[in-house]
Design a protein. Structure first.
Length: 210
């Protein structure tokens, strides 16, 4: 590399570093709405994206999951609360290959955060969420969302997962089941991920209604 080229690249690098250090982030406004209203909007918008949405109390979650899954054998990631799956036939993730994962009809996970204004569930693949392949290959993804994990806006959600980004973990943003359209605009589900997304909203303060 010539001296002139090295000098130019060094200047560009210094300029980029100075620009990054001078960026000022706008403060994030905290949603003034009641949390119950935010959770209700998330449930409504998630359903509009064709997710199947159920509501549960903490104590009723194992019973609801057993009703939804029946006798099917499901995949679960490391770190999922044992109390959720006491009545289920589960198989822990043991780094199964993609063909092995495709033999399971469903996977159950938690989430990092959910967003009311977009009906989106975000996974940062920490404990209880598993690796990306675990939630993309089985035909059905059941995702437990605690009511207190629901935030109003995308900027609030980004703040929640900032630690995962800094740690280098991937993020998966899910708005409804995987879907695409062919050349005739016919909707096809399950091409790039699960055909079914089931969201279970868990309320800690009162017995919810469906």
């Amino acid at each position: 590399m010539s001296q002139a080229r090295l000098e130019i690249l060094t200047r560009i690098n210094r300029a980029n570093r100075a620009a990054e250090e001078s960026v000022q982030h706008a403060p994030r406004a905290i949603a003034p709405r009641p949390q119950a209203e935010i959770v209700a909007q998330f449930a409504e918008y998630a359903a509009e994206y064709r997710a199947e949405v159920h509501h549960s109390s903490v104590s009723g979650l194992p019973r609801l999951l057993a009703q939804l899954l029946g006798s099917r054998r499901i995949l679960i990631p490391e770190g999922l609360p044992e109390a959720w799956v006491t009545d289920l036939d589960t198989t822990p993730d043991q780094q199964q290959s993609h063909p092995e994962l495709s033999r399971f009809g469903a996977v159950l996970t938690g989430c990092a955060v959910a967003i009311a204004e977009t009906g989106t569930v975000v996974l940062d693949h920490g404990p209880g969420q598993g690796r990306r392949a675990l939630t993309l290959i089985p035909d059905q993804h059941l995702c437990v969302v605690l009511a207190e994990q629901v935030v109003d806006s995308v900027p609030e959600a980004v703040a929640v997962v900032q630690g995962a980004v800094t740690a280098g973990r991937p993020l998966t943003w899910i708005s409804g089941p995987s879907a695409t359209s062919d050349i005739e605009l016919s909707r096809v589900e399950g091409v790039h991920g699960p055909r079914q997304l089931t969201v279970i909203l868990v309320h800690s303060t009162q017995e919810p209604t469906e």
